[in-house]
Design a protein around this ligand. Sequence first.
Ligand SMILES: *Cc1c(COP(=O)(O)O)cnc(C)c1O
Length: 383
Amino acid sequence: MQQDILVTRSSMPDFEEYADEIRGLWDSRWLTNNGAIHKKLEAALKEYLGVENLELVVNGHLALELSIQALELTGEIITTPFTFVSTTHSIVRQGLTPVFCDIDPADCTMDVTKIESLITEKTSAILPVHVYGNLCNLEAIQEIADRHGLKVIYDAAHTFGEKYDGQGIGSFGDVSCFSFHATKVFHTIEGGAICFKDSALKAKFHALKDFGFTGSDEVIGEGTNAKMNEFAAAMGLCNLRHVDGEIAKRKKVVERYRENLKGIPGLRLCGGSIPKRGFSENRGPAPEILPNYAYFPVFFDPEEFGADRDTVWQTLAEHRIFARKYFYPVTSAFACYRDRFDPSLTPEALRASERVLTLPLYADLDLKDVDRIAEIVRGCGKV
Ligand SMILES: *Cc1c(COP(=O)(O)O)cnc(C)c1O
């Protein structure tokens, strides 16, 4: 009997390695609130991610919300509907209005040629997503932000460890937010990090994630509780030791998928960042990008391929292989938003959401299973 294959499977250290990391907690009894393991992980991540300022938090979603709060944004934020619903919720829950920009279908990141026409006097920021780990056009987005005095917050939940011309991806924008959820390339069970340019924000983030406390008697803002606990930080320290090896294994899986699925009419792969350098064509050599192989999305053109995405999804499920429709629907079409936003205003995002299927991908996925999954996918088509 074959085991179910889910879209992802969390990386975990050996039990003993984790046990060693948490053993001291039975003596110290310091389980959360900026403990020793938390401090160690924060330092290690700054180094690994190549960022100056980093604040650990309890999840990627609150990283986004706290960023909007700390930057004191108001009015409208230009963002993408082709993402996990958290991105959109973070804006709405902070009392702001998301304005949806369409995507470039080639890599599903924000189409930078469509941003400026969405800017109004209420716009305070741009919140793009490095979706699937595909890097946004960093230079074009910064140019637009500078021209109009806007802040930039990147949802970098998919982008752990990626580099652009040797520079850690978390160092771009005013703020970059990572998620360390169990399903991500690097995880702390639940967790996240806020990376930011202005070191003056450190005290603010530190306070806001702890109810706004700056000392025992002082509260500087309506903060929340977003502190990472020691057990989560310990999982992070262990996983960080192995993450390069895990990414190397993911790379092998991705290469095997690409080999198996190339050249099929109507099946388009979207397997990585497209090097983009601002708006101009002649800005020197393409940037060098270090990827992390976070996801493996494929797009089906129903006519050309001979089957639609839902058919492929269903066929895989019948073989106990559970791919996911990441991202379907676009966030603007969810029940809580469909009366307020019009998904047809972002036609490329809408089309991508109807065609995409994200295939199982994790470090320990057996290459024989990759072959089997690819075979089933090919079998759904007409050639
Ligand atoms: C996972 C994810 C989040 C939310 O992160 P959590 O750690 O689960 O709160 C936000 N945005 C994107 C794009 C994500 O994939």
